[in-house]
Write a protein that binds this ligand. Structure first.
Ligand SMILES: Cc1cc2nc3c(=O)[nH]c(=O)nc-3n(C[C@H](O)[C@H](O)[C@H](O)COP(=O)(O)O)c2cc1C
Length: 431
């Protein structure tokens, strides 16, 4: 197996067959370190990681996301077995970095959880960011989601300082799910991970930077994001399904690489592969649930579909109990995450996980002169090719519910007992 294209081609072929196993590539040409991929590609994994059934997973994930547990610091983490510093740091030679698509700007590190501290308060962040290997110890990085890391770097730079940063590879899925979440600014992402684990996360000190990182990591790259330096980065096959050259063009300089005795290198399949986008969609679903719960008592389901890049579109079903609830829900959903730009609210008889059911509700319950809410020129995703270069986007909310408290056309429904009878008969005949 070659690191160039082959790993991504296998992930894409499995996706085409609707199969999402975790993949271990034991032999990658030119490297001794095996590559593990597709770790975050299925809802089944998240349910397993949270110790729930798949049906209960969203509610359990939403419940634990509201809890924060402080981490503890441990000595002698397994990744301290090997430490490479100075001139011996050559990331391209040490690690089996894949090139994902023909057209990518070069080899990329996609599963690196970048950890840093707020330069003013010391609060920790952790988030995935794409890193393009450019030279032995130099990587381009794009902080285009413009969340904590972007803000920490911006403030460090304003103080004339580089931002110390550690890139961590090979982590439990719950650490990744916590890293995507929105804890309050004074709360560390590791406290959010503790909430998901329901126990303190174990952190360990880095050698050459003043940072704490997950102790059970496979590989840690220590370094800094340079102040006042920008260099072209990309193109890269992004979650939107397009190559993107839009980038914040930051530069990371590595000081050291620490690793376990026989480490695994984690890769996240790129583009619209579920390994890349599913965690983003599921996280948004549970954050929307938690945000709506304060104002709308009867939310029945939330879906952020992968057809909307698991980022831009949300379908929410509610059981209406008061007039105007659907329209009230729209800005709340849009406020959860700045990538969201289309929200459709439906009644609870619509299955939000069945996109044709949602379209049917829009076709028959929505009137464009009455049921649309439009916000112009709002904060959006830079990588959305339909947004402006600076990431300005319009946002649309659609109320596709039946008017509350008014008579409406009667929906076609089969008698329940005949439906059960037909289901059993057809199952028997087809068995
Ligand atoms: C696999 C994966 C890759 C990602 N790549 C990037 C990226 O290259 N740049 C970026 O800004 N956000 C990226 N994101 C989204 C961020 O990881 C996410 O917004 C995170 O919460 C940001 O962390 P922060 O709050 O520390 O900035 C990615 C997410 C996933 C799941």
């Amino acid at each position: 197996m070659r690191a160039e294209f082959d790993l991504q081609a296998i992930a894409l072929e499995l996706e085409r067959r609707r199969r999402f196993p975790i993949l271990l590539f034991e032999k990658v040409v030119g490297h001794d370190i095996p590559v593990i991929a597709n770790v975050m590609a299925s809802r089944r994994v998240y349910a397993f990681a949270l110790g729930t059934g798949q049906g209960e997973m969203p509610a359990e994930y939403a419940r634990r996301l509201k809890q924060y547990v402080k981490p503890v610091v441990v000595d002698d983490p397994p990744f301290r077995r090997t430490l490479i510093t100075g001139d011996r740091v050559d990331i391209r030679q040490l690690l089996p970095l894949p090139t994902y698509f023909p057209g990518d700007g070069g080899p990329y590190l996609t599963a690196g959880l970048a950890c840093a501290r707020d330069p003013d308060t010391g609060v920790e962040t952790a988030g995935y960011h794409r890193f393009q290997a450019k030279a032995a110890n130099r990587m381009g990085v794009s902080l285009h989601s413009r969340r904590r890391m972007f803000e920490y770097q911006r403030r460090a730079e304003a103080q004339g300082r580089n931002l110390e940063c550690a890139i961590v590879l090979g982590l439990h899925p719950l650490v990744g799910l916590a890293a995507l979440s929105y804890p309050p600014p004074e709360t560390s992402k590791f406290e959010a991970a503790g909430g998901l684990f329901q126990e303190p996360m174990q952190l360990a000190r880095c050698e050459t930077v003043d940072l704490l990182v997950p102790a059970w990591a496979e590989i840690v790259i220590e370094g800094e994001i340079l102040a006042g330096v920008r260099e072209p980065e990309g193109p890269f096959g992004e979650f939107t399904g397009y190559f993107s050259s839009r980038s914040t063009e930051h530069v990371f300089l590595a000081r050291a690489v620490a690793m376990r005795e026989r480490p695994w290198f984690q890769s996240v399949a790129s583009g619209r592969a579920p390994d890349h986008i599913l965690p983003l969609g599921v996280l948004r679903e549970v954050e929307i649930r938690n945000a709506l719960a304060r104002a709308i008592p009867n939310v029945t389901a939330v879906h952020v579909p992968t057809s909307g890049c698991a980022s831009f579109i949300a379908f929410v079903s509610i059981k209406q109990t008061r007039p105007g609830e659907a329209r009230h829900a729209i800005p709340i959903v849009l406020g959860v995450d700045h990538y969201l730009k289309l929200v459709v609210i439906v009644d609870d008889d619509i299955d939000v996980f069945d996109e044709s059911d949602v379209l049917w509700a829009m076709a028959t319950r929505m009137q464009a002169d009455r049921d649309l809410v439009l916000i112009e020129r709002s904060l959006g995703a830079i990588l959305d090719p339909s947004a402006t270069e600076r990431g300005l986007t319009a946002k649309l909310g659609i109320d596709a519910t039946r008017p509350f408290g008014e008579s409406f056309a009667q929906k076609l429904v089969m008698a329940p007992e005949r439906e059960t009878w037909a289901r059993e008969l057809v199952s028997r005949l087809l068995a």
